[in-house]
Design a protein around this ligand. Structure first.
Ligand code: C2E
Ligand code: CA
Ligand code: CA
Ligand code: CA
Length: 280
């Protein structure tokens, strides 16, 4: 029994050791991924629910690892945040998305806007380094109001001072702000109004439960009507079924995204959708 216990412990510590090594290797690969052109941005259409028109896209980062294939942001974004790489990756996504938006607006979609995820670590220095983003937007000839920056509820809890200072600066420039994953944290809608946020994004966990009982329905309905009373527009994420769409439309939800319409797509794959302008 003693021996068995020891070997279990050895097995445990050796697999822990393996995990740490694995993590370090992946982190090392991530450090050079940008220079190796392994990172790219995909775009998911955001649709006006009442008309089916594609009016925005959300930029989402992808990593095509040289030997492991596609790695999801749920794996590498946290690594980038822990290591500080997120600053460089965040700048990359921002520039890619704004440059791409400028091209789309000049060609197929003059009114298109882009929504870009930001991480709490990008606000650590009270967002000073975000200041050069303004210059880039002007340089690309895109109006500030065509850019939405997404922040999360947890950022408001952990980096409140820095984030709210930066939100004021965004507002002064006319950049829009969306609160992502709404409903998963603790912020009240009234408080969001003080921060002058423009959109809330209802988390996909709530959308998933629509039609599976009254509580998800009531929750979505209340969030949407309260948001509207406060002058916020609502984007529902993770719409996968017609039934979920019908619920959201009946609650007058403004916008939505999800596999029902389209998955996040490469620039090339998105082109025909932007040309046809809307879903029916
Ligand atoms: P998020 O910002 O909440 O993005 C929504 C996620 O839901 C995306 O996962 C998207 O592909 C997925 N999704 C879209 N429609 C559906 C649907 O109908 N059903 C389901 N089940 N999922 C759907 P993705 O692309 O894997 O991104 C995961 C998370 O990684 C994002 O969650 C975001 O927090 C983070 N992330 C992605 N790109 C970036 C980035 O450029 N910067 C930062 N800071 N974070 C990013
Ligand atoms: Ca998002
Ligand atoms: Ca989300
Ligand atoms: Ca506003």
């Amino acid at each position: 029994a003693k021996n068995a216990g020891k070997s279990r412990l050895q097995r445990f510590s050796s697999s822990l050791h393996q995990d740490i090594l694995e993590h370090q290797t992946l982190l090392q690969d991530l450090r050079v991924a940008l220079d190796n052109n392994e990172l790219f941005v995909v775009y998911q259409p955001i649709v006006e629910l009442a008309t089916g028109r594609i009016c925005k896209v959300e930029a989402l980062l992808r990593w095509q690892h040289k030997s492991r294939g596609l790695i999801g942001p749920d794996v590498f974004i946290p690594m980038a945040e822990e290591s500080g790489l997120i600053i460089v990756l965040g700048d990359f996504v921002f520039k890619e998305a704004v440059k791409q938006l400028a091209h789309w607006r000049a060609t197929v979609a003059p009114d298109l806007t882009v929504s870009i995820n930001t991480s709490t670590y990008q606000y650590n220095d009270s967002g000073k380094h975000l200041e050069h983003w303004y210059q880039y937007i002007e340089q690309m000839g895109v109006p500030f109001h065509a850019i939405i920056l997404e922040i999360t509820e947890s950022m408001l809890m952990h980096q409140h001072e820095n984030v709210s200072k930066q939100l004021l600066s965004f507002r002064d420039h006319g950049i829009h702000v969306a609160l992502d994953d709404f409903g998963t944290g603790y912020s009240s809608l009234a408080y969001l109004n003080q921060l002058d946020i423009d959109f809330i994004k209802i988390d996909k966990s709530f959308v998933r439960d629509l039609g599976k009982g009254r509580s998800a329905q009531e929750l979505c309905e209340v969030i949407i009507s309260m948001a509207h009373k406060l002058g916020l527009r609502v984007i529902a994420e993770g719409i996968e079924t017609e039934a979920q769409l019908d619920f959201l439309a009946s609650f007058h939800c403004d916008l939505g995204q999800g596999y029902l319409y389209a998955k996040p797509l490469t620039v090339d794959a998105l082109q025909p959708l932007l040309e046809s302008k809307q879903f029916d």
